[in-house]
Write a protein that binds this ligand. Structure first.
Ligand SMILES: Cc1ncc(COP(=O)(O)O)c(C=O)c1O
Length: 458
């Protein structure tokens, strides 16, 4: 009996990447772009086209896309209602407009929609173009609302790449290099990275040492609570390998913010719009109320760059002289795409699909912690997924070379996830509407890659 034909086009990699065309272009890339651009590359091909859940390289190979434009094409590529809305708006509006000067009607339609789906205490929105800008805008809003200066942020967070956001959250010293020496006003404290507790403890016996550190160390020795404007945090750390805080930690942070009058800035740039199984990741903690939410990536619906800050009446009306955003913020065509994307999220039961993908991920991936010596930890929340590789389980020695080899092997088999040089985890960011059958296939490819590398290492 022959097996049934797959319903969806599958990845197919007949030419081991980089194929000849990719190789020539990768060489050119090294010459044409600034050096760090190429030094950081871990994807061994050049992209030609994206369709649905697949990437196609210039040599004709097809890969399953579990990068999704770094979580920016939540509905897969060429999602028709979004692209159509954007193209039509581009044509009707005539092109670029500086909407902070001449307001396009689509700006108001999107603002209204965002406020309608926001947590109930959020009543206003500030337009931006990138997540980095939205984070910077949030910091300015928090400082304006409180008249205070310091911001607490967390080790391992990522909030963007400019001087301010790059200083707020460098995931590693190299990300913060050349930035931190110039920008002041941030206090970095440990995040609850429980698989590798910075205090060498285990949750829940630890009693949340990482949270107590803020009061016991920072407020005691560094700054008084009334000098602190707010706390900038990722509700689940993404770039740091999907670190999911314990419920008590989030509740404790909220209680502290209430006690001292700190503005809570919940960076939902990567987690927002359903990525973790809820519209906003902070909804996993229903008792917690935040004041500002920077958004970007999935807000685009997969069409054009767009970002925003959602905020409370108090934080958004404290200063009438703040200029945020810029010429390109909230282009009419980007607004139309974003609106169509949000409508699709609501109408197409996308969150139900995320729940199904999460169920499959748990069923398939959690047992890897027993099956494969290289797998130290698997962390999953919705479609926010990371596998951490270790050389030995006892000491949790990072398996950097092995993680790199697993990534390269997976790509050759047809799965592209996120692997960055020097790190020892692979992240998966599938489209929220990826068909479960394709997602399962992608996990099989990753598992085969882990098994291959483990066999080679033995
Ligand atoms: C949590 C978080 N905040 C902010 C940013 C910066 O967004 P952008 O790259 O759009 O500037 C990112 C980007 O990955 C992110 O993950």
């Amino acid at each position: 009996m022959t097996s049934p034909k797959p319903m969806y086009e599958r990845p197919h990699v007949p030419i081991p990447p980089p194929g000849p065309k990719s190789r020539a272009l990768l060489e050119k890339e090294k010459r044409l772009l600034y050096s760090a651009w190429s030094a950081d590359k871990t994807v061994p091909f050049i992209l030609k086209a994206k369709r649905g859940w697949l990437l196609e390289d210039v040599d004709g190979n097809r890969y399953l896309d579990m990068v999704t434009g770094w979580a920016s094409t939540p509905l897969g590529a060429r999602y028709e209602p979004v692209l159509k809305a954007s193209v039509e708006a581009l044509w009707e509006s005539g092109g670029v407009e500086c909407v902070s000067y001449i307001t396009d009607y689509r700006v108001l339609a999107l603002a209204e929609k965002l406020i309608a789906i926001a947590p109930p205490n959020m009543t206003r929105v500030a337009p931006d173009t990138t997540g980095t800008e939205a984070v910077e805008a949030s910091l300015r809003l928090a400082r304006a609302a409180t008249g205070r200066y310091f911001i607490i942020t967390f080790h391992g967070s990522f909030h963007g790449g400019n001087y301010t956001a790059g200083t707020a959250g460098p995931t590693s010293p190299d990300v913060g290099k050349g930035l931190r020496e110039y920008v002041h006003g941030f206090i970095h404290v440990p995040y609850p990275t429980c698989y590798r507790c910075p205090f060498g403890q285990t949750y829940p016996q630890c009693g949340l040492t990482c949270l107590r550190y803020i009061e016991d160390v920072i407020l005691r020795y560094e700054v008084a609570p009334e000098q602190i404007a707010g706390v900038l945090f990722e509700p689940i750390q993404g770039e740091n390998g999907v670190q999911i805080p314990p419920d008590e930690w989030m509740q404790g942070l909220y209680a502290m913010a209430q006690k001292y009058g700190w503005v809570l800035i919940d960076d939902e740039v990567q987690t927002g719009f359903g990525r973790t199984g809820k519209m906003w990741a902070i909804e996993h903690w229903p008792d917690v109320q935040v004041d500002l939410m920077p958004l970007a990536k999935s807000l685009s619906g997969g069409a054009l760059p767009i970002a925003a800050v959602l905020g409370t009446e108090e934080t958004m009306t404290a200063d009438d002289e703040l200029y945020l955003g810029g010429t390109f913020a909230w282009q009419p065509a980007a607004c139309a795409g974003a609106l169509a994307g949000i409508e699709a999220l609501e109408q197409e039961r996308v969150l139900e699909n995320v729940a199904e993908l999460e169920r499959i991920a748990r069923e398939v991936m959690l047992p890897w912690r027993e099956t494969y010596a290289l797998v130290g930890d698997v962390r999953i929340k919705g479609t926010y997924i990371a596998v951490e590789f270790v050389r030995d389980r006892e000491r949790k020695t990072p398996a950097v070379d092995e993680a790199a080899a697993i990534h390269q092997t997976a790509v050759r088999k047809g799965l592209v996830g996120i692997y960055e040089n020097g790190l020892w985890w692979i992240r998966l960011l599938p489209a929220l509407n990826m068909p479960p059958e394709l997602f399962r296939h992608g996990l099989t490819l990753l598992e085969e890659a882990i098994a291959d590398v483990e066999r080679r290492a033995a």
